[in-house]
Write a protein of this length. Structure first.
Lengths: 698, 646
């Protein structure tokens, strides 16, 4: 939450703003508006009622402001939007008004006075951040008489003045306009002086535009997520030997999520104001299966439902009273379990975002107590292990806490650790040795790096040292330090929304802002070509052709290397698939065929078995089995380049299910077991539409 | 509710790296069916050899022996199966499990099927998602030695392995047809069954069938001191490399229990089976770009993921039968109440009081930052990774030869280098198509051998520090605290296995008790609670010293700087001697920091609330969840009202 804010944008709309300069395709006004719209839409996207905007145009064809009645100096100045929260209607309204006028009349300084007047009247003496942003190309008339009074006013109201000019000179930024007219040069000089005198910002638009490329990060006021006592020991055992410190916990990292989209229904009629989107309401219905009911399910009223859990397949009803028994009662607390050496701590077990723990700010003694805890941890190079309950009756979590000591700030930082149930005991083979089937342990093998490869890797890694590179967004930061990396999705979505908001009729999306892709590729400065070439040669990594991947069927041997193919010969020769063992036998037979023509009868047999399973299935009990056979059939037909047989079978199956096994077909559709697509076999000519027609068609 | 939520959060789905398995095929990959096949033979049911135990030793070891029951190999295997069954109900409630005994005198194989097909096979528990009755049955069996020995009665002739394998084939085909992971655990001490050649051939054929079916055989061999299990006699002919990842390099057949005494044999067996029972589920298969255009293949696995209690369901009682109620959501246009079809739905963002909408295509495209990849940008020392640089759980990566041969050796070389020089990679990471890109640190891992991807925060994710007065403890106080820390040092570090989640355990203990119609557990062990007795014993005195040191430090501090809030001074006046303000004895006051409560109460009693600062008043009101609006007088009035009404 930030302070209240009022901003007046003063925009030069003189006829000269309609000209194109410096080889830009758009007009000067378009150039200035790029900045204006970015600022305005950023404010809109924050959605705050207390962040208000007014827009004043000068050198406009007409005059529309409260001062012009008494003083004709204020002619050709128009308030385009009074001070208010900006929403879509304001954006649309303003867009229509921001066109170059046909006049050169209108005093820029008077427009500034109008802006000050608006702020004065709107903010009164209240606490506001007051801003005026002045956009011009500096070619019109500026009457600097009495400017000192204006400067006084700006200072008195603590208004932040920003003046941005189209093609203004800015030696610091490194821009200078050639062949500048003397009038413009004089205006620039006077505007710069004005800014200098009231501590304002003065610059050229090109710089401002570069600046807005940099995404803005939103500040969130720290809100505590836990307040309680850090304890060592238990008061009820011995209060004198129990350490208690009042502490609070605040997030240190918290993933900033992009705005979420909601679903709307596209309405057939076009509505110019609300668009053609209609709100959607969700209604829940509840059903239980019932074999006898039509549709095999009946509706249940909410009152007839109880709560329960599944224990395996068993339903365990838990009444409202029993809910209490299931619950694990806890008390808000942060209990220290012990301390561990930092050196052996396995960093990857950290499960969560990080939070900081500080002492209660109104309690000096707690601050000092925690300070001793923080320093002692630091000096012993240890971490504290704690059991944290953030609120009464919340389940406890285990945390590790590390000290942070900065010049003016000390705290503990904490992340959550896994419980016993949260770790998965997956087995992985060692990478430094290979154990053969006979139990021999090898240290030379094609899976183990050779010395040559290891050396090449060592050199390559050494040459890819990032420590000497500076941040790509802020050169003062180290390369890829979190503070220097913007969240790509967050800013991309905001960028896209803002672009679409001001140009709803444009199709497509704007290009990704390059700032967001800064860290997506290997940095320019590092290009150890030689080392990489050496590594590449030593590693000899080869892409496995897609065809080879599937074809291993039928070639594999057991660990002993026994030729099972021979054993299977008797079976495969028969060319009869046992319906009790269809998947293996089909696979073995299709792998053993010599001629393509022999595949077709196998597909035929398999198809018959599948249909048989479906036919004999009580309700959908055997469907999974049939689907499994179908999946294998499809997979192998593709592998053995015989997808045509599958396609013709699946068409046949479709009509087979038509009668009373439609539910089976929906399983086929769900598992995507329809026609073979060109992406699966390049010889296929099936289009997506064709495939969908088979899936969905009647 | 849930269905709708899923839809709406679709936009965020890509962000949520924890959530794998979004589309149908991936979901299939999540399901596992495991069948235990336990051999019953004279040696398998023989009680552990008494002579091996050290009887000579005195009372101590005898006591120990009495406490620990002795299991035969077969019983130990059954108990392992039971332990794993209960474990899986918590960790993977949708997985199937079954138990098949072979070599039994009695033959039993499901209802309705033909017993003759699988003689001497006893299907103790059908392959299915476990339910309470079957667990109960197993429990009863293990509690009843007579019944157990009746079932574990070996047949005269051992069962034919071909039959056992075909029985397994049948179970997997009918019960777990499209489960992606299907495993047969064979627990036996017989390394040479089926000596007859034709029986061997047919076993080899049946094993081949299982392989083609996608069933993986995981053997657990029991050796005895007198007989070393030789797997090359039979088992290497029926076991195949499952072709997962780097083929030849997987740890092969597990050999368990060479141990002589039954107790450790059971434990060995349990740990061997536990280690294998969780099927490895890859989260993603990905390209790892080590240098410009230089790519190897990797797979990602989640090794740490928070397990939460199963969600509750709505249930409906119809007659005797309980049923799960299925909820479904219909989407309707709010005004017209017409049902909305999926192709009518458009995604829109709220902006400036209205909506900004996108076509489905644009909606997907705006999240596209390139194809999935783990692209290493370069390397930094591991010390650059701050403790707080964490936003979510890590992902383990391991090389895969599936798409690129040579990946393993290259990956291993990189890992060696990072381990030796304590380096980490910095990488741009897109886990799946249209997943949100992340900046990550790549850390080498000693055990398991591989590397970890640690997602780093972005600048947008970093929060500001709260404002808090800066007071640094004097050295003597820090020294006293160091004494405390040294006393409570756990040199082995944090071992997750030692800390079962108490909330989760209680949840399932209660469910189990209700489901199995047992007594609800009264006392419940919570291993996450600090060991207070040893803290008192080892650190109690040092904590007192620290407390005294703190009082002294505060006294010194007060001389140089007045108290932040006056009342702290008063409190010290009221509580003399050893009571440090940060050490508070819990009295019967309202919840929340007791300190502030007493201050406010005291001020109220003395009618000096007005003298407290607005900040203190507000803090207290905040802690009571009361409004903090208005001027100081309003705050005081509100507090007075609060105490008057008490």
């Amino acid at each position: 939450m930030a302070d209240k804010q009022a901003t007046v944008y003063v925009v030069d709309l003189g006829a000269s703003m309609g000209a194109s300069n410096a080889g830009r395709p758009g007009t000067d006004l378009d150039y200035a508006l790029e900045y204006l719209w970015d600022r305005i839409t950023t404010t809109v996207s924050n959605g705050r009622k207390t962040d208000t905007i007014a827009v004043v145009g000068f050198r406009t064809d007409g005059s529309d402001n409260s001062l012009v009645q008494n003083d004709e100096n204020y002619a050709n100045i128009s308030v385009l939007n009074p001070m208010s929260q900006f929403l879509m209607p304001q954006i649309r309204g303003l867009k229509k008004l921001l066109e170059p006028s046909t006049t050169h009349e209108g005093d820029g300084v008077s427009a500034l006075v109008v802006a000050i007047d608006i702020i004065e009247k709107y903010c009164k003496k209240l606490k506001y951040i007051r801003n005026i942003v002045f956009l011009t190309n500096g070619t019109g008339g500026f009457d600097f008489d009495g400017i000192n009074d204006i400067i006084e006013q700006i200072k008195e109201h603590k208004i932040n003045l920003t003046v941005l000019g189209v093609d203004f000179d800015d030696p610091e930024f490194g821009f200078e306009e050639k062949d500048k007219s003397p009038a413009k040069a004089a205006n620039e000089k006077a505007l710069k002086e004005l800014c200098d005198q009231c501590d304002g910002m003065y610059g050229t638009i090109a710089e401002a535009l570069e600046e807005i490329q940099r995404p803005r990060t939103k500040k969130t006021r720290p809100i505590h997520s836990f307040r309680g006592r850090l304890s060592i020991g238990n008061e009820s055992i011995n209060p004198r030997s129990t350490l208690l410190i009042d502490v609070e916990r605040f997030p240190r990292t918290m993933v900033a999520r992009p705005p979420t989209a909601s679903s709307f229904a596209l309405s057939p009629e076009q509505d110019p104001v609300d668009g053609n989107l209609q709100k959607i309401r969700n209604t829940r219905t509840f059903q239980v299966e019932d074999e006898d009911a039509p549709g095999k399910a009946i509706d249940i009223d909410r009152e007839d439902m109880a709560k329960g859990y599944l224990y395996g397949r068993t339903i365990v009803p838990i009444s409202a009273e029993d809910q209490e028994i299931v619950k694990f009662n806890t008390e808000t607390s942060l209990k220290i379990v012990g301390f561990i050496p930092k050196s052996g701590f396995e960093r990857p077990i950290c499960l969560s975002n990080s939070n900081i723990v500080v002492a209660s700010k109104a309690n000096d003694e707690a601050i000092m107590a925690l300070s001793s805890f923080i320093h002692a941890l630091y000096e012993l190079d240890s971490l504290a292990i704690g059991r944290l309950v953030t609120k009464d009756d919340k389940p406890p979590v285990m945390i590790a806490m590390a000290p942070i000591i900065e010049p003016e700030f000390e705290c503990l930082v904490e992340t959550q650790l896994p419980f016993a149930e949260d770790t998965r005991q997956y087995k992985f083979a060692p990478l430094d040795t290979v154990k053969t089937t006979t139990g021999k342990v090898l240290d030379k093998h094609r899976l183990i790096p050779t010395q040559e490869l290891q050396e090449a890797m060592d050199d390559y890694v050494d040459s890819m040292n990032l420590m000497n590179l500076e941040g790509l967004n802020d050169p003062l930061l180290p390369f890829a330090q979190p503070e220097d990396v913007f969240s790509p999705v967050l800013h991309r979505i905001q960028q896209v929304i803002r672009a679409r908001a001001i140009a709803p009729d444009d199709d497509g999306l704007p290009d990704i802002s390059p700032v967001l892709l800064n860290y997506s590729t290997i940095p320019q400065g590092l290009d150890p070509e030689e080392d990489l070439d050496r590594l590449r040669q030593a590693a000899d990594v080869c892409l496995v052709p897609t065809k080879a991947k599937g074809k291993k069927i039928g070639r594999d041997k057991p660990l002993s290397g026994l030729d099972v193919g021979k054993l299977l010969e008797e079976r495969t020769k028969s060319r009869r698939i046992d319906k009790n063992n269809p998947v293996p036998e089909f696979r073995q037979m299709i792998a053993s065929v010599q001629q393509r023509e022999d595949i077709q009868p196998l597909v035929q047999q398999m198809g018959d078995i599948i249909k048989d399973i479906i036919r004999c299935s009580v309700a959908d009990l055997q469907y999974s089995r049939a689907i499994e056979c179908l999946r294998v059939l499809r997979e192998d037909c593709i592998t053995f380049e015989a997808f045509e047989f599958y396609d013709s079978f699946i068409r046949e199956l479709k009509s087979f299910t038509e009668a009373d096994r439609r539910d089976f077909w929906s399983r086929v559709r769900k598992d995507k077991l329809g026609l073979v697509l060109p992406s699966e076999d390049s010889r296929s000519k099936t289009t997506i539409e064709e495939s969908n027609r088979l899936y969905y068609g009647r | 509710m849930s269905a709708d939520k899923k839809w709406n959060s679709g936009a965020d789905a890509a962000d949520d790296d924890d959530d794998d398995g979004r589309d149908e095929t991936e979901f299939q990959a999540m399901k596992d069916a495991t069948l235990f096949a336990i051999e019953v033979s004279n040696s398998m049911i023989a009680p552990p050899n008494e002579d091996e135990d050290e009887d000579a030793e005195g009372g101590g070891s005898k006591k120990k022996k009495n406490k620990k029951p002795k299991y035969s190999s077969a019983e130990a295997a059954l108990r392992c199966a039971e332990a794993i069954l209960k474990n899986r109900i918590i960790s993977t409630p949708n997985d199937m499990m079954g138990i098949l005994l072979f070599g039994t005198e009695e033959t039993k194989y499901g209802e309705g099927s033909n017993n003759i097909s699988y003689p001497n096979c006893y299907l103790l528990m059908d392959l299915d998602i476990p339910d309470a009755p079957s667990i109960k049955e197993l429990k009863h069996l293990l509690d009843d030695p007579d019944e157990l020995s009746a079932i574990l009665k070996p047949s005269k002739k051992p069962a034919s392995m071909a039959n056992v394998l075909f029985a397994a084939n049948h179970l997997f085909t009918t019960k777990a047809a499209n489960f992606n992971s299907r495993r047969l655990f064979i627990i036996t001490d017989n390394d040479n069954p089926d000596t007859d050649k034709s029986a061997r051939s047919s076993a080899q054929t049946r094993a081949r069938d299982l392989y083609d079916l996608g069933v993986r055989i995981e053997p657990f061999f029991i050796s005895s001191p007198t007989h070393q299990f030789d797997k090359t006699l039979f088992y290497t002919d029926i076991i195949y490399d499952a072709g997962e990842d780097t083929t030849e390099n997987l740890p092969d057949a597990e050999e368990v229990a060479k141990a002589t005494d039954a107790e450790s044999r059971y434990e060995q067996m349990l740990s061997a089976i536990t280690a294998k029972q969780a099927p490895r589920r890859a989260l993603f298969t990905l390209k790892m770009e080590i240098g410009k255009g230089f790519v190897i293949g990797i797979k990602g696995y989640l090794l740490y993921k928070r397990v939460t209690p199963s969600r509750s369901h709505y249930i409906h009682e119809r007659g005797e039968k309980l049923q799960i109620v299925k909820g479904s959501t219909t989407r309707m246009v709010e005004e017209t109440a017409q049902e909305v079809t999926p192709d009518q739905i458009r995604k829109a963002y709220k902006f400036g009081g209205e909506t900004v909408s996108f076509s489905e295509e644009d909606f997907k495209k705006m999240r596209y930052f390139g194809d999935p990849v783990l692209r290493i940008l370069g390397f930094k020392p591991q010390s650059e990774l701050q403790f707080w640089h964490n936003v979510r759980s890590s992902t383990f990566i391991y090389p895969s030869e599936e798409d690129y041969t040579g990946s393993t050796r290259t990956f291993a070389a990189l890992r060696n280098k990072l381990l030796n020089d304590k380096l980490m990679g910095i990488a741009w990471f897109i886990a799946r198509r249209n997943a949100a890109p992340a900046m990550t640190a790549i850390l080498p891992s000693v055990e398991p051998q591989g590397m970890f991807i640690i997602p780093l925060p972005f600048v947008d994710d970093i929060r500001q520090n709260p404002e808090i007065p800066h007071i640094v403890a004097p050295n003597h106080l820090i020294d006293r605290m160091q004494d405390v820390i040294r006393q409570l040092h756990m040199p082995k570090g944090y071992i997750p296995e030692k800390y079962p989640n108490p909330a989760l355990q209680k949840h399932y203990k209660v469910l189990e008790a209700i489901a199995l119609e047992e007594e609800l557990p009264e006392e419940f062990e919570d291993k996450t609670e600090p060991k207070y007795k040893s803290i008192e014993k080892y650190a109690g005195k040092f904590i007192q010293d620290w407390g005294d040191s703190l009082s002294q430090a505060m006294a010194e501090f007060r001389l140089t700087r007045p108290a932040q809030v006056e009342v702290h001074g008063t409190k010290r006046g009221r509580e003399p001697a050893d009571a440090a303000a940060a050490k508070k004895v819990k009295k019967d006051v309202d919840s929340g920091p007791g300190d502030a409560d007493k201050e406010i109460r005291a001020a109220y009693d003395k009618n000096t609330l007005n003298k407290l600062t607005v900040a203190v008043l507000k803090d207290w009101l905040n802690s009571k969840g009361m409004s903090v609006a208005g001027k100081k007088a309003d705050l005081v009035e509100r507090i007075e009202e609060h105490f008057e009404n008490k």
